[in-house]
Design a protein around this ligand. Sequence first.
Ligand SMILES: O=c1ccn([C@@H]2O[C@H](COP(=O)(O)OP(=O)(O)O[C@H]3O[C@H](CO)[C@@H](O)[C@H](O)[C@H]3O)[C@@H](O)[C@H]2O)c(=O)[nH]1
Ligand SMILES: [Mn+2]
Length: 733
Amino acid sequence: MDSSLPLQLCYVRKSTAIINRWYTLIHSTALMALVYYRASFLFQNPENRAHTPTSPWLLVFAGELILSFIWLLGQAYRWRPVTRTLFPERLPEDKHLPAIDVFICTADPKREPTFGVMNTVISAMALDYPPERLHVYVSDDGGSSLTLYGMKEAWAFARSWLPFCRTHGIKTRCPEAYFSSAENDEGADLRGTEFFEERKKIKKEFELFRERVMRATENGGIGDKSISGDHPSIIEVIGAEEAEMPILVYVSREKRPSHPHHFKAGALNVLLRVSSMISNSPYILVLDCDMYCNDPASVRQAMCCHLDPILSPSLAFVQFPQRFHNISSNDIYDSQMRSAFSTLWEGMDGLDGPVLSGTGFYMKRVALYGTSIQDTSLTELRQTFGYSDEFIKSLSPKYLPNISNGGDSVSVILKEARLLASCQFENQTKWGEEQVGVLYHSVSEDVVTGYTLHCKGWTSVFCVPSRPQFVGSSVTNLNDLLVQGTRWSSGLVDVGISKFCPFIYGPLKTSFLENICYSELSFFPFYFLPVWCFGTIPQLCLFHGVPLYPEVSNSFFGVFPFIFLSACSKHLLEVILAGGSIQTWSNEQRIWMIKSVTSHLYGSLDAIMKRISMRKASFLPTNKVVDSDHVKLYQMGKFDFRISTTVLASMVTLVVLNMVAFMAGLARAIVFGNWEKMLIQVLLSLYILIMSYPVIEGMILRKDKGRIPYSVTLLSIVFAMVFLTLGSVVLLY
Ligand SMILES: O=c1ccn([C@@H]2O[C@H](COP(=O)(O)OP(=O)(O)O[C@H]3O[C@H](CO)[C@@H](O)[C@H](O)[C@H]3O)[C@@H](O)[C@H]2O)c(=O)[nH]1
Ligand SMILES: [Mn+2]
């Protein structure tokens, strides 16, 4: 193989960059005109502005400023988008490839069914990589015997499954996905009868494997007492004796009710330490338990970047996008998160690299260890990494653990590993802080960890090969969407209002535009401010006949529709370029509005309350159990409004308010003919109502279980009325 050929190439998407930069310029000019219009009003003499009180004007102006500011930050993603091509066939021979540890986290067998988790485990064991260089670790935060049992069964099944995949070049190596879709057999007719015989046999084995795990699940493996979160660390190595198979390690860290366990970040740090005793591979693949490997080639693709001589020295991680298998064709909840995994991360790849996205990334182990170990004293190392000299030895690049030697050493190694997985171990160390491991600072542990890595001078890379590398289940009902969205918003605002605030922490540490991207990320939940403002204040004024926007004959009239159309059409362009449709566009707009008024609001409040110690951090894993009742509504494209009353009422109140204001405004325009003055406000409400059609339908037309209950509608009408009445006070000033 010619080692002079590059392993990967990166291209700037020139035409997209040019369009983006022009758009930024033109749109900002329009925004400046808007700011001029709003500000100059305040300096007019009072007689000229007799029709409009100052306070609503100021509120709307504040909303516009915040929205424009976040928009401006968002342009950093669009400055230099790139794409990459990888050449795995140019990698060195297998025996020269570095070893890999795969970390899979699971937390709760009730919300994360064991059989699904095992499919992820098997797909990871089946990665296309020399088996002696591949090690799979499962962190079980539930401490459930069921997970351990499932892993033993999974390992036994993998003994037949792996050779089957290797011999026949099967691409879909998650068995559940392979057997549930006919298209995975494409080209199968060329394969002859032998293949079919084998496939039949293996399918039978798979069914037996499933039955055993399901039976154990039903027989109350779930009910085991260890789930209570009070148990010692349990570590078991499965299959160390078999050379043709990757080893599988079960890790359940110690948990005590009195001891904070820092959720997934805590689990990952334990895995880092435990794996250092067993395999200590220089690269780590992190997977959520619901994200299986859909292409066994991902590891070689990642190595194209990690072994690229130019990228390698500063490269901390290679991130693949999250893709999902359970999204319906109309994707009403924007579950695919197109914007993040195409536009935004691709844009950051052209700067210092994408955000760490929780799952589907290949991390360089030393990047998480932080300090340069060569010139640090033993005392200092102990203060940083904790009191385990065995672990400190593992920091040296020459250290080679060898679990497969057998004999005494295995029990010694496991004893040390259990110590490393204990609650007390991290006391008075730097684990979870800026220096070492995954950060505990935020429930969006991924974002803040990635950010500190970038600030330490590391880079990252985003790879989007045509076949999705990792496929998971996304949230497909409104409740889960908002619970997850609230956790994310809270985690992001956590970062924004802490010492890691990108405006303060990063400017001297990372490149300007990369830092701006992180600023946008940690402040975008504040979209709730302008969206709430535009959903209430212009409507209040419309209801009372107070104009807030220039009348049609005013020379500034055009500015507002221009800004609106320019933003919408740019968004539409991004959607279309990413292969979406107008429907995708409208779903994204709607979900943006819904999330802004609900999860961004509640998430930001949660973060602020945590900050002033009024609340404790929490991480409720999303539900991965498929509920046929929910799925039916989802497949029909109907919103499922079975969500918390507070959240639902805030959303419905806004819709009711817009309905009332729109009708009142329209009536007034017809009777008094003042439509010239009120046109923009009428159109704004109309747009909100059109976008809120699913809510209106849920209130009035639907009869199914997922509709909006009458009680909530009534409550919302009362809220809207109270707002319109009390709100008139605002109009006095
Ligand atoms: O105490 C905990 C809580 C969660 N998890 C695991 O964390 C993973 C992610 O949890 P999930 O409920 O699937 O959350 P999502 O919102 O789908 O996860 C996204 O957001 C998280 C941060 O909020 C990231 O960690 C994830 O990688 C990212 O996919 C799962 O494997 C869980 O088992 C733990 O190991 N311990
Ligand atoms: Mn998930």
